[in-house]
Design a protein around this ligand. Structure first.
Ligand SMILES: Cc1cc2nc3c(=O)[nH]c(=O)nc-3n(C[C@H](O)[C@H](O)[C@H](O)COP(=O)(O)O)c2cc1C
Length: 167
């Protein structure tokens, strides 16, 4: 069984909608179990159980929210144990070119510091999915695709990546 954990923050529901579409996409992959948690319900140990971790945050001043950052800061206690897990990110912002990409990168940066594996995308949405305010159908389609491709990668890697650092 491959486990995908989606952790998100959301104050007005936009990023939350994206989270559930990401989950829908990941569930399309056979043999994948998906858990969705708002950051205030997530525990650090949840990260250890996952093969893939997808994070979503509203864009706040071009960064992830303080709540999600605080959760990531707590994950220093398991530093080294997320090595080789797959990561991905999504965000909802108030506009275009107003900090969505830097927000995505702030989440991906933390994943890379944990030694996680992040797959880019060559054709649009290079760093993950960004929607403006309430996500439109097309944004939610991209979210489903993000969930599916992250789950597929986690599934592929699980069979060949049993070295040190895997939990
Ligand atoms: C404290 C705060 C800071 C924000 N900073 C930005 C920003 O830098 N750039 C931007 O495009 N939108 C910004 N926004 C707008 C939110 O990113 C946007 O409304 C988003 O859709 C909220 O997502 P949510 O419904 O999941 O909470 C900010 C909103 C708040 C409350």
């Amino acid at each position: 069984m491959v486990r995908i954990l989606i952790i998100y923050d959301s104050r007005t529901g936009n990023t939350e909608k994206m989270a559930y579409s990401v989950a829908e996409g990941a569930r399309k992959v056979e043999g994948v179990e998906v858990v969705v948690k708002k950051v205030d319900q997530a525990r650090i140990v949840d990260l250890l159980d996952a093969d893939g971790i997808i994070m979503g945050s509203p864009t706040y001043f071009g960064q992830m929210s303080a709540e999600l950052k605080s959760f990531i800061d707590k994950s220093v206690e398991i530093h080294g144990k997320l090595e080789g897990k797959v990561g991905a990110a999504f965000t909802s912002s108030g506009g275009t070119a107003t900090g969505a990409e830097t927000t995505l990168l702030s989440m991906l940066q933390a994943m890379l510091i944990h030694g996680m594996i992040v797959q880019g995308r060559h054709d649009d949405k290079h760093y993950g999915v960004a929607a403006v305010e309430n996500p439109e159908q097309e944004d939610l389609d991209y979210c489903r695709e993000l969930g599916k491709r992250t789950a597929l990668l986690a599934k592929r890697l699980k069979g060949i990546n049993d070295g040190p650092g895997r939990t």
